[in-house]
Design a protein around this ligand. Structure first.
Ligand code: URP
Ligand code: ZN
Ligand code: ZN
Length: 464
């Protein structure tokens, strides 16, 4: 059904103006200061956006939905996670495909894509994690890029014995990524250093969730960023440091940027809004707040916000990784090393950034749109189809009420996880209407659309 959004304040990464938007056949076809509804097809639905912002659909460049990890499986499926994303204003998800070390990459791609294809309510694509790099993997990864349009890789410099890639393979993979024009996203820590620190702390009887951060302190993350940047410098590959949590790691990335390394930096909503004291909560409650890299000492947050403001940090994702407190996180009751890592926030991201970033003047609205949508579209080959409000762009639009006050809870969340890390917080701002390719899929925090509407977004390599 054609859609007219009237009287809204349109905010993109670069612009801020009042206009009407007309959408037909999945795309934006007209943007004018005033569009007369009586001149449009009679079945046009009109939305009055007076007093509201109109944003391009937000993109989350870092989520985990199907995730076999640390002896468990993340609890969301593609329906629950994508509904949570959607009602929070996110219309495109980039999920990490994380196969096991013995799995074939092509089988993993089909496994993830089949699940998403059936259930996702938003458009989606993947970063393909490389956890093995033999001849078969090399051949299949090339196919995944060239035939299936997955134009980004993921590597883990963490999780020894599970997802970690060794240095020899890292060098060869980045060499291949450069040839293919693929950007490589990376979890930057140091698997061996963490393994040694974990053994030491456990042997000392330091077993609670509060010891997770000391087992992988900021120097480990900074070393991971420097390490990756060195390999990118040697190979010419383009790299993207995911979920950067602290000043030391951002400084390592900036040092590489200044040397001419093509490195981009991502922050995630949990590190911007939560700090290490949450993981120190007594009675094992801290386990809800165990993720990697860990929540840090609060002063690191200023660096992340300032990095976004200055452009040193490009994007804000979530690293949504949903594990229940009961039955999953509590596998680590006797040893923090067994707590499945992850803090879900795919539904809350935009309202957290609006409340704690924009309303406190840490970043402006244009930067919010850039970091939560446009930059990810540009870096990952989706722009201007996604991340823009322009003629011909997909009609993924968020009509946003900046004054709506609400409180996240387990009940308000579409994620299936049994806790909400932001339970009881007062947030200001909420998506009133969210469209995916011109169809209204969510209203006022409720899903009203079609399960399975989401399409796989095929992308072309651009990072040569
Ligand atoms: O704690 C996290 N981040 N869990 C998900 C896996 C990852 O490292 O991204
Ligand atoms: Zn990670
Ligand atoms: Zn992650």
């Amino acid at each position: 059904m054609p859609l007219l959004i009237k009287n809204g304040r349109i905010i993109t990464a670069t612009d801020d103006y009042h206009a009407d938007i007309f959408c037909q056949d999945e795309t934006i076809t007209k943007i004018e200061s005033s569009i007369d509804a009586s001149e449009l097809p009679s079945d046009t639905e009109v939305i009055d956006a007076s007093g509201k912002y109109v944003f391009p659909g937000f993109i989350d460049p870092h989520v985990h939905i199907h995730l076999p990890f640390m002896g468990s499986n993340a609890i969301d499926d593609h329906e629950s996670a994508s509904k949570a994303a959607l009602v929070g204003g996110t219309t495109t998800l980039i999920e990490m495909i994380c196969p096991g070390p013995d799995d074939e990459p092509l089988n993993a791609f089909h496994e993830w894509n089949t699940m998403a294809d059936k259930l996702s309510v938003v458009d989606y694509t993947f970063h393909m994690a490389v956890v093995r790099f033999d001849d078969l993997a090399r051949k299949q990864l090339t196919q995944i890029v060239n035939e299936h349009g997955i134009a980004s890789f993921k590597v883990f410099l963490a999780y020894k014995g599970a997802l970690n890639l060794n240095d020899g393979d890292l060098f060869d993979l980045l060499t291949m990524a450069k040839q293919l024009g693929v950007i490589t996203t990376a979890h930057c820590e140091n698997a061996d250093a963490i393994d040694a620190m974990q053994s030491k702390l456990i042997a000392e009887g330091k077993t609670g969730p509060e010891w997770h951060e000391p087992s992988r302190p900021v120097c480990v993350e900074a070393e991971g960023v420097s390490h990756l940047a060195t390999f990118a410098e040697l190979t010419g590959a383009h790299i993207y440091a995911v979920h950067t949590s602290c000043t030391a790691a951002v400084e390592a990335a900036v040092a590489a940027q200044l040397r001419g390394v093509n490195i981009w930096v991502e922050a995630v909503a949990p590190h911007l809004t939560l700090d290490e004291t949450y993981a120190q909560k007594p009675d094992f409650i801290g386990a809800k707040y165990v993720m990697s890299p860990p929540l840090r000492e609060k002063s690191n947050q200023a660096t992340l916000w300032n990095g976004l403001k200055s452009g040193v940090i490009s994007t804000i994702g979530t690293d949504h990784a949903p594990f229940n407190f009961n039955g999953q996180k509590d596998m680590g009751k006797d040893a923090f090393t067994k707590i499945p890592n992850g803090i879900p926030s795919v539904q809350e991201r935009i309202d957290l950034i609006h409340t704690f970033g924009v309303l406190t003047n840490k970043i402006d609205l244009n930067t919010m749109v850039s970091a939560c949508s446009t930059k990810a579209a540009q870096l990952f080959g989706l722009y201007p189809r996604k991340g823009a409000i322009s003629i011909g762009a997909d009609a993924d639009l968020v009509v946003y009420d900046p004054n709506c006050k609400h409180t996240p809870s387990v009940n308000s969340s579409y994620s299936q996880v049994d806790y909400n890390a932001f339970d009881g917080w007062e947030l200001t701002g909420r998506s009133s209407v969210v469209t995916v390719r011109g169809q209204i899929q969510a209203r006022d925090g409720e899903f009203v659309g079609t399960v399975g509407r989401g399409n796989l977004l095929k992308r072309k390599p651009t990072h040569f």
